[in-house]
Design a protein around this ligand. Structure first.
Ligand SMILES: Cc1cc2nc3c(=O)[nH]c(=O)nc-3n(C[C@H](O)[C@H](O)[C@H](O)COP(=O)(O)O)c2cc1C
Length: 332
């Protein structure tokens, strides 16, 4: 992998944490960075909600910390260009957010409640609207005198039989996106089946002559799958999603294995300590019982596949405080 440019931002061998709602908390993103993730966009946040309900309601999804994250990206979703204009203006007006490095636009979310509003992967079926959204975001940023690139995360298509959307990729580049990340599934696939690497490669080739970084995403979990994705798509960078949930070591593993080195095994004790570290981090930003509840879905991933995981999982799901989680994990 070479040096990659997204606007004025230079990244060496980008392997990033793919944005995941409920998973990509600020503490987890910082942990992933310490283990080799290049950067990690926030989870998706509604541009419309920022516009009409103000920034505070969405802050929990958008919180960034450039000092500990390095490169930051806030991901927005929506279907009205004007919502993006307003949301970006509000972000740039907020001292906690205006240090953001990139604005990422979600054009891949397959969830019904998002696509029925014309947002997320529904935009694959409405390229005119998708283009207007990218242009509105680019204009809002440059109008504020900021050199903040706009990036887009999308899929290979909407309908199940689609084998890539090269015109859509070119349209995004023509509209001003500086990086696109393509997940190798269609909306209809949701998360089932295997990522279609050929379809990603088709989209990659379609924008080869553009000043556009291209990232590939889908089913990357180790050096082998990362190597295959890089070789078969020619992508400039990778995003890793589910394989990183409760497993931030995956970035170190992928980097080592790509270099032909072996990854060090992670002990159960290390897993438990990392779970606590993430939870402690979450408790800095949310009331303790809320942080514990919000992390329930993720906690079980830290201990997945270890002896006694099933019992631990049941106990962890009943915990409401940090001390209870500690007791469950360490006083067995
Ligand atoms: C629980 C969950 C939440 C997700 N949330 C988002 C999101 O907020 N924004 C986004 O662009 N993609 C989201 N995704 C999609 C992932 O970023 C990624 O594209 C997908 O999981 C495929 O990559 P993987 O095979 O490495 O997991 C989510 C996926 C999962 C499993």
């Amino acid at each position: 992998m070479n040096l990659v440019r997204i606007g004025d931002i230079e990244l060496a061998s980008p392997i990033c944490l793919s944005p995941m709602a409920g998973v990509s908390s600020l503490p987890f993103r910082v942990i992933c960075r310490s283990l080799g993730a290049t950067y990690s966009p926030t989870e998706l946040t509604s541009a419309r909600s920022i516009r009409y309900n103000g920034i505070e309601k969405s802050m929990q999804y958008m919180r960034i910390d450039p000092a500990s994250e390095g490169i930051t990206a806030i991901q927005l979703f929506g279907s009205e260009p004007e919502d993006f204009t307003c949301a970006i203006e509000r972000i740039l007006d907020d001292d906690r957010l205006n240090g953001v490095s990139m604005i990422d636009i979600n054009m891949g979310c397959p969830v019904a409640k998002v696509i029925k509003t014309g947002a997320g992967s529904a935009l694959l079926k409405d390229p005119g609207r998708a283009s207007a959204i990218v242009k509105a975001a680019v204009a809002a940023l440059s109008g504020a005198g900021r050199q903040i690139p706009v990036t887009v995360k999308t899929r290979i298509g909407f309908d199940r039989n689609e084998k890539g959307s090269p015109d859509f990729a070119r349209m995004l580049a023509d509209s001003g996106a500086r990086m696109i990340c393509v997940h190798g599934r269609t909306q209809a696939d949701m998360y089932s089946g295997n990522a279609d690497i050929g379809a990603i490669a088709l989209m990659r080739r379609s924008v080869e002559d553009y000043d556009l970084a291209f990232f590939a995403n889908g089913d990357i979990s180790d050096g082998l799958s990362a190597r295959r994705m890089l070789d078969e798509t020619g992508a400039d960078g990778l995003m890793v999603g589910r394989a990183a949930t409760g497993n931030p070591w995956v970035f170190d593993k992928i980097r080592r294995e790509l270099d032909g080195r072996e990854a060090a095994p992670v002990t159960l004790d290390e897993r438990k300590r990392m779970l606590i570290k993430e939870l402690e981090g979450r408790c800095l930003y949310a009331r303790e019982d809320i942080a514990v509840r919000e992390m329930r879905g993720v906690m079980t991933f830290y201990i997945k596949g270890t002896p006694g995981a099933a019992q631990l999982k049941v106990a962890l799901c009943g915990a409401v405080s940090l001390s209870q989680v500690r007791e469950i994990l360490f006083d067995e």
